[in-house]
Design a protein around this ligand. Structure first.
Ligand code: ZN
Ligand code: ZN
Length: 349
């Protein structure tokens, strides 16, 4: 290479660097917002309040509808009040099979019948499923009229869904469904919802993980643990944390888990989190507690995170924090150890 070629290459490289650098900086400042479409509290007079959850998550160039509320008419009214165009959403996530998260799906399908819907994979469930016909025992000695399918079953047996024709994709295990967008799949072990499967949405940004949970039946701490494996920095969590009837002690331990164990930076609780938990989290998080009543849009830009708030004193009183930590150390925050002990005891029987 002669000198002129060398200079040309150097100039080209410099130009490429100029082109690349701004793109990298832009990527470090995620924008977008989460709009709460359905919940039982709020201050937006244009929105109807009802038990249930739904949020429109606009992030990383995607528009994701997470859950669809408890009543199709209320859901439709709230969608209209917020001017949300359901024909242009990229996909729907149904967190779990409880009706306070799914009842608005009929409205979504009436507007956008082919939209992709991610839902937890259930055995025989409302989302539809299938099994190889080899699962059942055969008895060739029986006459055909006493045999299933006259003795000639299809290779795969399909089981129906409540939304026939809908484009439902069942999710069995934690899956990255688009670059940086992961559905965390967990199973509840709590009495009353044992074996209930639930999906949570985790979006990885340059400023940490944005986490949206439906009801957290599998335990908010288990969800945070799974989220940590994607990115240990959790920038925001919103949704229902399932502490609506929890004791003060359990709430205190949960607050300690959010603050100390997982170091969640911003918190926007809603739905089944519970009134006393709202109060405790507000005390613990101060202005990093983002109000998330129905109709609220949570901005995900740089202003939301820790960037603009560094140097502020802790919002929580030191003695409060000491109590939370003490409580957190004394027992297991979500009855996980107790459940394991019970299981161990049962297995010895
Ligand atoms: Zn539920
Ligand atoms: Zn719920």
């Amino acid at each position: 290479m002669d000198l002129r070629t060398n200079l040309f290459v150097a100039a080209a490289l410099a130009a490429a660097a100029v082109l690349v650098t701004p793109t990298r900086i832009a990527a470090a400042e995620p924008t977008g917002q989460i709009t709460i479409v359905y919940d039982a509290f709020g201050s937006d007079a244009a929105m109807k309040k009802d038990w249930g959850f739904s949020a429109l998550v606009e992030i990383s160039g995607k528009r994701i509808l997470f859950d669809t509320g408890n009543d199709a008419d209320i859901f439709a009214a709230n969608i209209k009040a917020k001017n949300i165009d359901l024909t242009s959403i990229d996909f729907v996530v149904l967190s779990h099979r409880h009706s306070d998260h799914m009842a608005g799906l009929n409205h979504v399908l009436s507007v956008n019948p082919t939209v992709k819907i991610y839902a937890p994979r259930e055995g025989f469930g409302i989302y539809g499923s299938s099994l190889p016909s080899s699962f059942y025992r055969k008895d060739e000695s029986l006459p055909p009229e006493m045999r299933y399918y006259d003795g000639k079953p299809p290779e795969v047996m399909k089981f129906g869904t409540a939304w026939q024709g809908a484009n439902i994709e069942p999710i069995d295990k934690t899956t990255e469904i688009a670059p940086g967008i992961t559905l965390i799949a967990l199973v509840s072990d709590a009495p009353g919802t044992k074996e209930l499967k639930e999906l949570s949405l985790a979006v990885n940004t340059a400023d940490g993980l944005v986490l949206v949970v439906g009801c957290a039946h599998s335990g908010i701490e288990n969800i945070l643990e799974a989220a940590k494996a994607i990115n240990p920095r959790i920038r925001l969590i919103t949704g229902g944390f399932h502490l609506v009837a929890a004791s003060d002690e359990v709430i205190a331990k949960a607050v300690a888990a959010f603050k100390d164990t997982f170091k969640v930076e911003n918190i926007a609780p809603g739905h089944c989190t519970g009134e006393p938990t709202f109060a405790a989290l507000k005390r613990a998080y101060g202005d990093r507690y983002l109000y998330a009543g129905v109709g609220t849009s949570l901005p995900l830009g740089p202003g939301m995170g820790s960037v603009g708030r560094r140097g502020e004193g802790p919002a929580i009183q030191e003695d409060d924090l000491a109590t939370y930590r003490q409580l957190a150390q004394r027992e297991d925050p979500f009855g996980i150890l107790r459940a394991l002990q019970q299981r161990a005891r049962l297995s010895h029987l």
